[in-house]
Design a protein around this ligand. Structure first.
Ligand code: GLN
Length: 230
């Protein structure tokens, strides 16, 4: 019976942009995906009896791929925003995040968001960080395909700051050994990640129910510990 259930389970193509550790990353040699989002979506697939097939896409290509239904879902550290919710459906929130400002370690002049006026700022294309940075008066924004490329620009001294998701920048510094940069101040925004789907997705309820189950039975907690312990 279980073999039958598995083989008859629908297969979901799930988009992710895998340069966003610890949420999603890809082994250069094997191509294997790993990360918090990958583990969570895999567990959701098990709980909801859905086969999950991950597909790597550029971050700014994810929403168009959902709109055209080329993809069935996306998990990619994506913030639930009112603007995005006009074109895609989101699951219940699964992670609390927010933007943080990163500067070079010896920088003492930038302490908060208003100190970024007139500065050179690097961001990831299509991100909430890019959106937020675009509101800063006189700032000169450079956009990159990934958050890690934006951070590299800061290390190279080409920009004054990076506006990016706090958990990702902190992970890069604390766990991945990124040197020469620091995070200043508090998180600039309060954001919640959600799994995105096409507007009339038949999987929205299944995914929400599975998420709820994983949060209640401790599996969510175990995945959280794997990537954020200590
Ligand atoms: N959370 C941010 C957003 O949704 C960044 C996501 C990402 O770069 N993967 O825009």
């Amino acid at each position: 019976l279980s073999t039958f259930a598995q083989s008859s389970a629908p297969t979901l193509q799930v988009a992710t942009e895998p340069t966003f550790p610890p949420f999603e990353m890809q082994d250069q040699a094997t191509g294997e995906l790993s990360g918090f989002d990958i583990d969570l979506m895999t567990a959701i697939g098990e709980a909801a009896k859905l086969n999950i097939e991950f597909v790597s896409l550029p971050f700014d290509g994810i929403i168009p791929a959902l709109q055209s239904k080329t993809m069935d879902a996306a998990i990619s550290g994506m913030t639930i925003t009112a603007e995005r919710a006009q074109t895609v459906s989101f699951s219940r929130p699964y992670f609390k995040a927010g933007l943080a400002i990163a500067v070079q370690e010896d920088n003492t002049s930038i302490k908060n968001f208003s100190d970024l006026e007139g500065k050179q700022i690097a961001v990831q294309i299509g991100s909430t960080g890019a959106q937020e940075a675009s509101t800063i008066e006189g700032a000169n924004i450079s956009s990159f395909d990934s958050a890690s490329l934006a951070l590299q620009e800061l290390i190279n001294g080409k920009v004054d700051a990076v506006v990016n998701d706090g958990p990702v920048t902190l992970y890069a510094i604390r766990q991945a050994g990124l040197q020469g940069v620091k995070v200043v101040g508090e998180l600039v925004t309060e954001e919640y990640y959600g799994i995105a789907m096409p507007k009339d997705s038949p999987y929205l309820n299944d995914i929400n129910n599975a998420l709820e189950l994983l949060i209640q039975d401790g599996r969510y907690r175990a995945i959280y510990q794997t990537w954020f312990a200590g």
